[in-house]
Each structure stands twice: as structure tokens, then as C-alpha cells.
Design a protein around this ligand. Sequence first.
Ligand SMILES: [Ca+2]
Ligand SMILES: [Ca+2]
Length: 413
Amino acid sequence: MFSGVNCETNIDECVNNTCQHGSTCQDRINAYDCLCAPGYKGDRCEIDIDECEVLPCLNGASCIDKVAAFECKCAPGYKGKTCSIEIDECAEYLPCQNGATCTDKIADYQCSCASQPDASNKLYSGKNCTVELTACNGNVACQNGATCIPYLKSEVPTIEQGFECKCTPGFTGELCTIATTFSFNGRSTSVTRTLSQTWNNTIKFRFRTTLPNVVLIMWSGNYFSTTIFAHIEIFKGFLYMGYIPYFSNFSITNTYQHIPIRVNDGQWHEIYLHQFNETDIAEKGEILLRVMSPQCPNNVCERRLEYLQLQITNPKNELYFGNTGSLTRKSQTKSQTIFKGCMQDMMVNNKIVKEDNNQHSIPIDLLPGCDRKPQCFVDTCSNRGDCEDMWDKFECICNRRYLGNRCQEGKGY
Ligand SMILES: [Ca+2]
Ligand SMILES: [Ca+2]
């Protein structure tokens, strides 16, 4: 608007302006503009711009709108103007003590306490590895050379400590007081009749013998639709795994895998058998045989026998340690001999064979312990005959001009 006689005066419309929020009024002809202060918009700058609308706060933070600004309230574990920085709690708080290593997590951290005792022979546990483990201090509960392993039962609200005994071979039980070593006399066995699953069975045991030809274990199974007996035996001192038909009139060619290491050296050897699940595509129904021996690369030898089932229904779900369970089956093995020697820690699906008769296993003719004496000495066989240790007796292989059980008699020609 203009005023004055000649309308020479431009009226200042800003005099009574309605610009809000500290905005500046700019006079125009018959109008005015509001020049908004930062953070406002609208004709009269009446609108407070929502700076949170563009979601500037990251990682789950909440946003507080302010004038020409925003403020982020970070979720736990984040920091920075927009909460873009994931806090390294390990570096920020140095929480893990006593030689522990720290792993950063979101709003958290994880300490892996030192697995070996420190210089003052102390072990620690707990969230920050600050709780000294004391359950094994002066603890004599673990028997027969077992190792006491302390652990933390709980840290909050109160510290509770516990321990476990790690038994030496030949013992089991919470405190390792139950002996699991047995002597086999050539008639002995332990029969397991409760192979509870068709697949995924695991069998473990340790043995020692000096005999070059003996059966170690035999169990019923299926090869496709044929019922068979799978077995592990020692033949000429080597380990063999194979199977034979259950019905003697069947004729399937015996299939064998063998591991060419000598296991009739009188030392303990450990056998591990695992039967894979049929649904494992790559390992369909295979049986894995593993033996631990310094004669093997990295102390482990492995062989696999394909598609064997341990059947629970057809016709008997039985497993024999050190025996074949029948004369017919014995005659079908390579060794054709019942085991003589010692076994320990015989386990089927984590159930261990003990002296007592139970649902799981029936020990027959097993003698506790392994009271073994070497049979061959320098002078056992006379006249440079070779002595063979047959575990509980000796056999002399005489030079051709001698005979007698010690090669003591000349043939006299
Ligand atoms: Ca705002
Ligand atoms: Ca973190």
C-alpha cells in the first residue's frame, strides 16, 4: 500500500507483521515475507521443522526433535552424534582380568578366561574372570589318578563352585572309583542287547593283546536287505573291519577294510566306531573306524565301510565285545579266534560296560583288572628258537633240528 498525496510513500506492511519464531519480516509492495530463522518453515515460519523426519539416528536410537537440530538417544552399546559408533566395550572398559581374552559384542563383551593356571597356579572364571576357582584346591575326591577340573556353578547372586573328575583310562563314575578294565580269557564276552537306535551309534573301547589273530567286536546289522554281522578283528597283527552273512547259507563275499598298523604289541590301543545317519547324504550309512596310534599320521588312522546298519529289529540287536556269539560266525572270520587280552572303557552310545549285570550289558567271564605278565624271556626257548607271546602262555618256534615246548630236545639225527 502506498500513502501520501501522490501516493509516494510505500507503507511498511511489516509494522504489524505476523512472522513467528524470530523470523525476519521483509516488506514488499502491499505484502511482506517472513524470512525464517533456522529450523522453521511455513508462510509465517509457524512450523517447527522435524529434523527427526529423515531418520538421522542410527542403530535403534530414538530421536528428539529440537530447534534446527536433533538429538539421538543411543541404544545400549552405541555412541556418537548419530549413534553410528559401535562401542568396543573391551577397549573402553578393559573388563577381562587375569590373562583373559576379550571379545566385543553389542552392548556387551565376552571374556575367555585363561585355560592354564597363572604364575601363582590359579585359575579364574566368571563374567570378568575375576572369580578364583577353588573347588579343586586340596581336593582329593577324584580317585585313581583322575584330574580334578574346577568350574563355576554360578556367579550371581552368590558364587557357587563345583568340580568334575576327568578319569584316567580304565575308570569311570563321578569320582572315577569304578574300574572298567577287564581280562578276557578266550571264552569271555560282554553282550549288549539294547542298541537303542538304528543309526548314529557310537562304540568305543580300548584293548591290549599279544595275539596276532583275534576277534575284537561283532554286532548284528544289515547290508541293504541282507542281515549281516559286522566285526572288527586282528589278523596277522593288523586291524580289519568287515562283515559276514548272518545266515550261513548266504554267500556274500566278505568285504574288509584294513589298517596296516601292528596292534598286537601288548600296548593299549583305542578304537572308535561311529555309524553315520542314513540321511547324511555324503556319508550315507557309513561306519567309521578310527584307531589312535603313534604308528598313524597325526596319531589317527581312519577307514570307512559303506552302508552298514545296526538294526534294532532284525533279527537280534546284539553286540559282542571280544566274541562272535556263535561258532558259525567265529568260523567265518579271518582270525577264527575269541579274544584273549584286556579291554577297558567299553562304551556303546555313551553307556559304559561295568562289572554289574544290567539291562544294557551282560558281562560273561570277565575278570576285573588286567593282570598281565610277559611270557617271553631271553631263555624261554632254547637253541635259538623264537618265542611268541600268546598273552597267557608262550609258544616256541624251534629251529629245525630241535623240538619240545621249549625247543630243548635235539632231534638226534
Ligand atoms: Ca525442529
Ligand atoms: Ca560393542
